[in-house]
Design a protein around this ligand. Sequence first.
Ligand code: LLP
Length: 433
Amino acid sequence: MTEPFHYRGPNLYCEELPAAELAARFGTPLYVYSTAALTGQLKALHEAFAELEPLVCYSVKANSNLGILKLMADQGSGFDIVSVGELHRVRAAGGRLDQTVFAGVGKTDDEIRAALEAGVLMFNVESEAELEAIDAVARALGRLAPIALRVNPDVDPKTHRYITTGKKQSKFGMDIERAERVARTVLAMPGLEMIGLHMHIGSQITSVEPYGDAVAKGVDLIARLRAMGHPIAWFNIGGGFGIAYRGGEARPISDFARVIVPAVRESGCRLAMEPGRVIVGNAGILLSRVIFTKTSGDKAFLIQDAAMNDLIRPALYESFHRIWPVRVPDGLPAPPADFEAAIPGTTPQDVVGPVCETGDFLAKDRPLPPLKRGDLLAIFSAGAYGMVMASNYNTRPRPAEVLVAGRNARLVRRRETYEDLLGPERVALETTV
Ligand code: LLP
């Protein structure tokens, strides 16, 4: 298969459409997603774990666009949600709520009630206090709430500290050593039925060993929970599979499957998982247009129209996104495989946005060819945790989003208008104190 995002001659394409044409038609900054990439990754997950007929619950938080959720639902995906807002999105997209798992450390009674009434597959429960709250709400409704205990297997996933979650000191889940004691208390809660074990050790994980260690601990615990009388039918291993942001650092999904499948088979449970980034991360790019170039001291700046409010990952995690011109100047290669190596014809430039913050950058000292006002840039691997983390800082309307399939491009979120931004505050002008 041709890569969904690829160069033909000097020009970047998404599937069968030139990126420059999309920028001209829909404006910039613009998120562009490839249908083939999205469905291809979901299929790759199903294939790698085929032996266990996994329930893949796409993690809505990674990219919650309704067009993408609908595509996932049409391909038979379940969903992982962390709020009733996300539940509304799954429902609106026609997703199956009975294949939806509900996680999150701070579920309110209203959210618990809404999820129970919607018939979610199970709650991933993160604390003893939450067990009591779900039990109370379920009993009041005359329902039995299906739950999975979220435990921290205390393994180090060796990823950025902000996205490490499965350690003992984490705010998520419960310490695995206390899980048995907690599970015993569940036996005395008539509103709960414990049907699963859940773990999620972190995100952007590029080694398989932490999964191996975590699932081994899980298998052990499942046996003990069953012996206690809990009908554990699901082993939910969470999400976290890493992707290539630079190139080459990601492990194929089959490598993860190799350590996970035997353990889950041994547990006798059905496998559930909550992948987000691995499905959508490399299925999306952000297109931007150069507004000005400028030098300051010995620094060269490329000021373009995508800013930290559109893609906050570089500012928040110092994360690396490949950036390359949509039309490559004569004599230069398509994006280099290695951005650390010397690239003839380039000079180090800071790619920055118009927002009034020193932290407003998409890349620092990045090798890029000379560019001028009006040129287009592609910021790669922007499909996950891109648009969902966008804000209106500096009263900037959030970008439009486009879903490409072959020769077709569909606007799946229109660009915000200034009235979208000001509307909710008009009351401030109308009411007097
Ligand atoms: N399940 C749970 C319980 C999670 O907390 C997460 C992500 C996932 C599944 C999906 O993980 P994934 O497969 O996408 O790694 N904003 C950060 C990432 C935060 C991840 C939060 N939890 C970033 O931009 O890197």
